[in-house]
Design a protein around this ligand. Sequence first.
Ligand code: PMP
Length: 389
Amino acid sequence: MFLQHLAQTSPSPISIEIERAEGIYLYAPDGTRYTDLIAGVSVSALGHGHPRVVEAVQRQAARYMHLMVYGEYVQSPQVLLAQRLTALLPSSLSNVYFVNSGSEANEGAIKLAKRHTGRSEVIAFGSAYHGSTQGVLSLMDDEDYKRNFRPLLPDIQHLAFNSIAHLERITARTACVVAEPIQAEAGVIVPQNNFLQALQKRCKQVGALLILDEVQTGMGRTGTFFAFEKYGIVPDILTLAKALGGGMPLGAFVASQAIMNSLLHNPTLGHITTFGGHPVSCAAALAAIQSLIDEGWISQVEQKSQRIKQRIAAHAKVKAVRGEGLLLAVDMGSAERCQTAMQQLLRAGIVVDTFLFCPTAFRIAPPLIITSAQIDEVCDIIGAVMDEL
Ligand code: PMP
């Protein structure tokens, strides 16, 4: 049934059936327990079924769900969330446009940059992933993903991430540069040699807007609320999704009010969405942010990261463990060995996943609520599986 009636996009989906989920565990109908080490690809920061998030969803669903297309009515979950989110951000990032997904957040951000600057060129980096809709698909540099969907957006340039020399190609023609502060789907590539600072400087020099895509790195995953905080820079536009909604679908792009107001006129309704900022998603997001803060999860990320890195990197079959916080890539040195490791791990009840652009590594990005004892337990199992490879 799954294969017959649900559109398939992968020849080998994970295909396990999940009946319920709680904390870091997923349960199959026959009771088999899986440990979720990918958090639904960096979504479930608070694990599954966090009581405060569930309660917020239930309460808001009972009050009202969809009322009207985005931006017309005053809906308190949206207003409170925008207020809470911007309080966590530098003062220039004060205005939030809520959308449905990471792709849509980036689409909106790029439209905003074009409209605000009056320029057309968009620059992105090699091995970046910003989503799958046609605009952001155009930012991908992997021709295999794009070839059969052309024509795509014109006037896109790709630069090499971490190449300071390439930054000169950002010019007064450039509307915006879109970058992940830490490249997730590339296999977790971190910026080096003050690359992000140099990027921001170059953007300012030529009047191009810097869009940081924190769809995957945001909401504490790398040990700070937003990854850009580590690098002493502030984007002109920040995009968020994944963990933002606490497990509900929600995306956002955030900018100064002066920039965001460009969507008000010429044309009016510069970006339109029906479901963007769904009140139930916003209520869940507000509860999730509050839980992240009150329960102190983000301050524990670094120590948990070190614990996993040390345990996994020590294994002879592992070539390297890369990453920041709880966004980790375990490089097995070859794609075949990586595939085999993932299959064996699944058999042992551990869910990990591939990266789009790094076939030799698998992802470990667990819910931030994973405990030290759970980390030790999981690392023991991973070690035993690796021994058998
Ligand atoms: N940007 C980044 C960095 C991502 O990792 C993703 C999703 N993997 C997206 C954008 C797209 O998000 P969505 O799938 O919600 O459209």
